[in-house]
Design a protein around this ligand. Structure first.
Ligand SMILES: [Fe+2]
Length: 257
């Protein structure tokens, strides 16, 4: 009982998010979830009570049609993402509390990831990465970023078109399953990719570029196979039409403060 209470207590404490990316919640909540129910970024990324939970999307499963089909979205969110959440909760029950102490934030989990079971690496990454992925898309999205993010992309890559080309190449060149990222590290924007459910916040060897995620693209086949089969390039082309640049701008503004 003591252990349960202790765990519940430190999970409550994790409501005070320290992770730079997640600190964007206030901005993101206001701009992205104003017209939805029970869909704050905190709901996505914080344990609910003493468990991590899967929140509903800030749009319907068919809202991203025709770019991403309804069935893919439904299975991706309700089956794949749910499995990461379920298995993260299971894995957290098995670990020695001395590793994470009383701090179950993603910041602490990713910082200690090398000392934790691979199941936590895969499933905490899966939960975090997908939560970002959902909010970084929206119906009638696409186009180009504005304001500070647009300027930073121009500074870092020369032009938006050059950035788009390099990001697409990174997503195409990720062998097997993984993610393409735009990350911010010490005021520098960089494109990178990670295998499996790794991300640029994980303190572990094999992560080429560290930094705060600004844009995330899931290139696992489960993200596109039903509609595009093996044609990852078609999926990426479609995805550019639904990028939520407002969300990316919010993440960038918070991370660059
Ligand atoms: Fe996925």
């Amino acid at each position: 009982m003591e252990n349960t209470n202790s765990r519940r207590d430190f999970l409550k404490k994790s409501a005070a998010l320290a992770l730079g990316t997640i600190a964007a919640t206030a901005v993101v909540n206001n701009t992205l979830f104003a017209n939805t129910q029970n869909t704050t970024l905190e709901n996505y990324l914080l344990p609910g009570g003493d468990r991590f939970t899967l929140s509903v999307l800030p749009y319907t499963y068919d809202a991203l049609e025709p770019h991403i089909d309804k069935l893919t979205m439904e299975i991706h969110h309700s089956k794949h993402h749910q499995a990461y959440v379920t298995n993260l909760n299971k894995a957290l029950e098995t670990i020695d509390n001395s590793i994470l102490g009383s701090n179950y934030t993603f910041e602490n989990i990713f910082d200690k990831i090398e000392k934790l079971p691979v199941a936590i690496r895969n499933n905490a990454g899966g939960h975090y990465n997908h939560s970002l992925f959902w909010i970084l898309m929206k119906p009638n999205g696409g186009g180009q970023p504005k304001d500070k993010l647009a300027a930073a992309i121009n500074t870092s890559f020369g032009s938006f078109d050059e950035f788009k080309k390099k990001f697409t190449e990174s997503a195409m060149n990720r062998f097997g399953s993984g993610w393409a990222w735009l990350v911010l590290n010490k005021s520098k924007l960089t494109i990178t990719s990670t295998a499996n459910q790794d991300n640029s916040l994980m303190n572990v060897s094999g992560i080429e570029i560290k930094g705060t995620p600004i844009l995330a693209l899931d290139v696992w086949e489960h993200a596109y196979y039903l509609k595009n089969q093996n044609r990852r390039a078609d999926y990426i082309t479609s995805w550019w039409n639904i990028v939520n640049w407002d969300a990316a701008e919010s993440l960038f503004n918070t991370a660059s403060k």
